[in-house]
Design a protein around this ligand. Sequence first.
Ligand code: HEC
Length: 221
Amino acid sequence: MKKLFLLFALMLSPVFALASGGGGCGAVHCEKAPVDLHNKESLQNGAKVFISYCLGCHSAKYLRYERMAQDLEIDPKLVEEYMMFTTDKIGDGMDPKTNKKDQAKWFGNAPPDLSLETRLRSPDWVYTYLLNFYPDDKRPWGVNNRVFKDVAMPHVLDSLEQELGPEGYEEAVGDLVNFMTYMAEPSRTDRESLGIWVLLFLAIMFVPVYLLNKEYWKDVK
Ligand code: HEC
């Protein structure tokens, strides 16, 4: 009985780990990122923001342009024409091939690859991070961050924030983080829909297996 309880607790532990969020967001509470991997419009908008504002410094080399075009239902011709400034091959990953050493010199720290960032930190962390830059004269770029103290990254979305105002900006950052969550695991929606079929299959199989089991044991008992 004790063993059974232990096993049960062990099975539930990842749920608790997930619920507690793991980590926290520096000096502020983590805000909930509006992740919805089925919202194609939001993902497309997020891809636009990511490619225009982040890919100049960061790579996302595990996501191929072709895969993104397929998953996000963007015409590959449009992707080739407007989104692929790091390469001319649609099968390539998003890699601006920046010089890490130069970047480390310019910024103090090199901008890391962001392919898996939302899995590393959590979508809520990235969302809260992007919403928490504030002016600070003591820092080289004149900004600091409440989630990532003394971060070496400038507030690159400043112009977008001015342009869209607080609400529009929050929404754009939401789309961006939604896209980054997709990017960290492009096959998640496939896997989820596959999962439903697997469960359905198991549920249907249960009936004959149960009856068969009863049939076998009938004579033994
Ligand atoms: C001008 C170059 C530059 C641009 C453009 C830029 N970043 Fe950064 N970013 C950096 C640098 C440099 C760091 C490393 C900061 C450090 O370690 O102190 C960084 C760090 C980060 C981190 C934290 C990584 C970690 O977990 O340590 C995230 C998240 C991030 N950037 C997201 C973005 C997003 C999203 C965009 C686009 C909206 C973006 N960045 C655009 C330079 C840039």
